[in-house]
Design a protein around this ligand. Structure first.
Ligand SMILES: [Zn+2]
Length: 178
């Protein structure tokens, strides 16, 4: 190979390196941001923020943020006297009721909030009775304090938003174990 060809080859390689994106090709897209409104969550505001924070530390394809003035909320959270429930309109949109009846018998409000957010994020109930499962909900003992999704639950939510999965509208009502 001539000296000139070697120089040209080196220049081509250097240029290719310069043009290569600095971020890895697999870098995640920006998360979908969902705004939630706690203005009617009464005594549960802190618990709702905690539930949102737990999801935010578990997934990157979606982020739950408190709604700001002038912006329309994707998720409204209110307090009620019955059992908690989530009414899901579509993936990432719906309403949550923090039910005092569950709290009265000992269920942990941050776990309730994280569980109901789980429904809005596209997860169904899975009544395994296990405290380690977030979506086991009230089938786990009322003494359960775990308010984080398992890696499997987090992976499902991560995929739901990475692929903008379509989910049917549904109401998920919690209740005492049957
Ligand atoms: Zn549920």
């Amino acid at each position: 190979m001539s000296k000139l060809r070697l120089v040209v080859a080196a220049l081509v390689a250097a240029t290719a390196a310069l043009l290569a994106p600095t971020a890895p090709a697999s870098a995640a897209a920006a998360p979908r941001v969902l705004y939630y409104d706690t203005s009617r969550a009464a005594e549960f505001v802190a618990a709702v923020h905690q539930g949102a924070a737990n999801w935010n530390s578990s997934v990157t394809s979606v982020r739950l943020e408190p709604v700001t003035a002038g912006r329309r909320a994707d998720i409204t959270v209110s307090a009620g006297n019955g059992w908690p429930y989530a009414s899901v309109r579509s993936l990432g949109r719906g309403s949550i009721v923090m039910g005092r009846q569950a709290v009265t018998i000992g269920h942990h409000p941050p776990r309730i909030a994280a569980h109901e957010f789980g429904h809005i994020l596209g997860l169904p109930d899975l009544r395994t009775g296990l405290c380690t499962d977030l979506m086991s909900g009230s089938s786990a003992p009322a003494s359960c304090r775990n308010a984080f999704p398992t890696s499997t639950e987090a992976a499902r939510v991560q995929a739901n938003f990475a692929t903008s999965r379509q989910i049917p509208a549904a109401v998920y009502a919690e209740s005492a174990p049957r």
